[in-house]
Design a protein around this ligand. Structure first.
Ligand SMILES: C[S@@+](CC[C@H](N)C(=O)[O-])C[C@H]1O[C@@H](n2cnc3c(N)ncnc32)[C@H](O)[C@@H]1O
Length: 284
């Protein structure tokens, strides 16, 4: 991993705050219990490549190649900071996938070691297509989302969301288009955005308007896009902000929103009984 550390001033975009720093630096600015939700997806530590090291991903100075043991310790340190800054009834959503390294599948279950949270539920983000299309295994078509809480009895859950179930079927094609920008002939593209519907689900199911939401690996800004639209106070850390700045601004200010998974579920339930036809294109 490149050790270049951005230490600039915070940037505010439409009420959302971005700190261009390493997230372990960023967490130091947050008091114990000050945050209602953390939603994030960390880097993969695949040496800057996806899909068994065949597809180039990160640019902008991030080499994403710590020794595996150090990478795991870093993620565990981040998890401990998430626990410290979360309110007792808060939620932490951690999106991670099974990585393929030298042909071997490495599921992310090591994050459970020495983990201060209760695992409330593991959720599956299932998508219809992947860049990893080698016919040496079944195409990988899902990622994990781990939902962690601090208190088994007192945790905030807007329980109308329960009906969407624990497998979330979401394509990332549209989000890939939105996380690309052309500036003076150069293309800046974020290699690994999560989808707007993932962030909607994480944030809306466990927070209320005015709550504070943190994304320690902000990337293209998806979590803050959702916070702006739904009146949450988003804080993002992004070590390589300078590279992604125009992209993050475009994403946070975007008004292009898909229906939430809850909207879709409710509309599906009403099929044949005056269901909202405009949602049809989003169904599997
Ligand atoms: C998987 S991406 C997150 C994508 C994000 N969920 C989105 O929707 O765009 C991980 C991000 O973490 C950033 N990053 C890597 N190491 C970091 C660190 N130590 N602190 C803060 N950000 C870091 C990378 O530059 C990358 O943008």
């Amino acid at each position: 991993m490149d050790n270049k550390q951005e230490t600039g001033k915070p940037i505010e975009i439409a009420g959302q705050v971005i700190h261009p720093v390493d997230c372990l630096q960023g967490f130091k600015m947050l008091a114990d219990g000050a945050v209602h939700n953390v939603s994030t997806s960390p880097p993969y530590n695949l040496g800057g490549f996806h899909a068994d090291r065949k597809i180039r991903s990160y640019e902008g100075g991030f080499s994403d190649d710590l020794p595996e043991a150090r990478y795991r310790q870093f993620i565990k340190d981040v998890i401990k900071e998430c626990h410290r800054v979360l309110a007792d009834d808060g939620s932490f959503f951690l999106n991670m996938k099974t990585r393929i390294i030298d042909g071997v599948s490495i599921p992310p279950f090591w994050i459970m070691e020495d983990n201060p949270f209760h695992l409330k539920q593991e959720l599956i983000w299932h998508y219809p297509s992947t860049a990893n299309v080698d016919k040496v295994r079944f195409f990988p078509l899902f990622e994990y989302v781990f939902w962690f809480i601090k208190d088994l009895k007192d945790f905030k859950f807007n329980n109308e969301w329960a009906i969407i179930g624990n497998v979330w079927f979401i394509s990332h094609i549209k989000d890939r288009k939105e996380t690309k920008i052309e500036i003076k002939g150069d293309t800046i593209q974020h290699p690994a955005p999560f989808s707007t519907q993932i962030a909607q689900t994480m944030v809306l199911s466990t927070t209320s308007p005015g709550d504070i939401v943190v994304d320690p690996f902000l990337g293209s800004g998806t979590t803050l896009k959702v916070c702006r639209k739904y009146g949450r106070k988003g804080i993002g850390f992004e070590k390589f902000y300078d590279h992604y700045a125009p992209l993050i601004k475009q994403r946070i200010l975007s008004d292009d929103f898909p229906p939430t998974l809850l909207d879709l579920k409710k509309a599906k339930k009403g099929r044949g009984k005056g269901r909202n036809q405009r949602l049809d294109k989003y169904f599997a």
